[in-house]
Design a protein around this ligand. Structure first.
Ligand code: SAM
Length: 267
């Protein structure tokens, strides 16, 4: 799998430097040892986090396997984004366990997910909910939605998830018009849409009093803080992060988990 997190990218770059150094005759031994240690520090982090985190359920493990064996290069998003889907989009074990912990801590019962893909985070969150809890999951790509639904149907917690296939903003507007409220909102869709999602959450009933928002990919592979780097997603996240910092309606913390997670609450 291609590295998609700042630490994964650092590890890959250090590995390349270790390999380049191996081609050099009689390199400085201290430099060589320190480079090797820097590589091991970066490369060992994610496996160690996996090792020290409660294992995922068999249903989540099956969903990962199915997502990894799908040929996503053949599939393209057919909605607003027109972006190809790829297995690296799946949040995964440690982030899933983090979301489950967040649900236990906040006692959330109703969850809104914006950007479901093959359903890993939706199913992880559903597993942590009480029997009468609900995840409303928004996904613009009909193929991904059907793929996820199949996994939900084969799991025990999947019946707590209702999938809405449409651009998330449309679904959110419908939910807001119906006066719906959610204790936890997980934003993990098109990065250019993040600000509009946040604004709708804060100006309608959608975020329940005392509710929390969890936003994924707010480090965007380091692009927002790398000097001289400009990418579509990096620029969108950079704008989003700055707007959140300047928004007096909220408090937030950006955690360096995977590709960055920002937790936001209304003040
Ligand atoms: C990063 S993936 C979500 C990963 C998922 N949360 C997980 O943990 O496995 C982003 C998903 O958002 C979807 N998406 C993109 N733009 C969207 C939009 N405007 N409305 C709804 N879903 C959208 C994409 O089709 C893709 O499946």
């Amino acid at each position: 799998m291609r590295p998609v997190t700042p630490v994964g990218i650092v590890a890959a770059k250090l590995e390349s430097l270790v390999q380049q150094l191996a081609q050099i005759e009689s390199p400085n031994p201290t430099f060589k040892a320190e480079l090797q240690q820097a590589y091991e520090l970066a490369n060992g982090l994610d496996p160690y986090l996996d090792l020290c985190t409660t294992p995922e359920s068999p249903a989540l493990a099956a969903l990962v396997k199915r997502t990894q064996t799908e040929d996503w290069t053949q599939r393209f998003s057919d909605g607003a984004t027109l972006k190809p889907l790829e297995q690296e989009m799946l949040s995964g074990h440690v982030e899933g366990q983090f979301l489950q912990f967040l649900i236990h801590l906040t006692k959330a019962r109703r969850i809104l997910e914006i950007g479901m893909f093959t359903g890993y985070s939706a199913l992880a969150m559903a597993e942590a909910l009480p029997v009468d809890g609900e995840v409303v999951a928004c996904e613009v790509d009909a193929y991904a939605a059907a793929f996820a639904q199949k996994c939900f149907d084969e799991s025990t917690a999947g019946s707590k998830i209702s999938v809405r296939v449409a651009p998330a903003l449309e679904t959110m507007q419908q939910l807001a018009a119906a006066g719906e409220a959610f204790d936890l909102v997980f934003i993990d869709a098109d990065k250019g849409g993040y600000l509009a999602y946040l604004d709708l959450l804060l100006t309608t009933t959608l975020l329940a009093p005392g509710g929390s928002i969890c936003v994924d990919n707010t480090l965007m592979q380091g692009h927002p803080y790398l000097p001289g780097v400009s990418t579509e997603n990096g620029d969108a996240i950079s704008k989003f992060n700055q707007a959140v910092c300047e928004d007096t309606r909220v408090e937030q913390v950006l955690l360096p988990l995977r590709d960055g997670i920002t937790l936001i609450r209304r003040v």
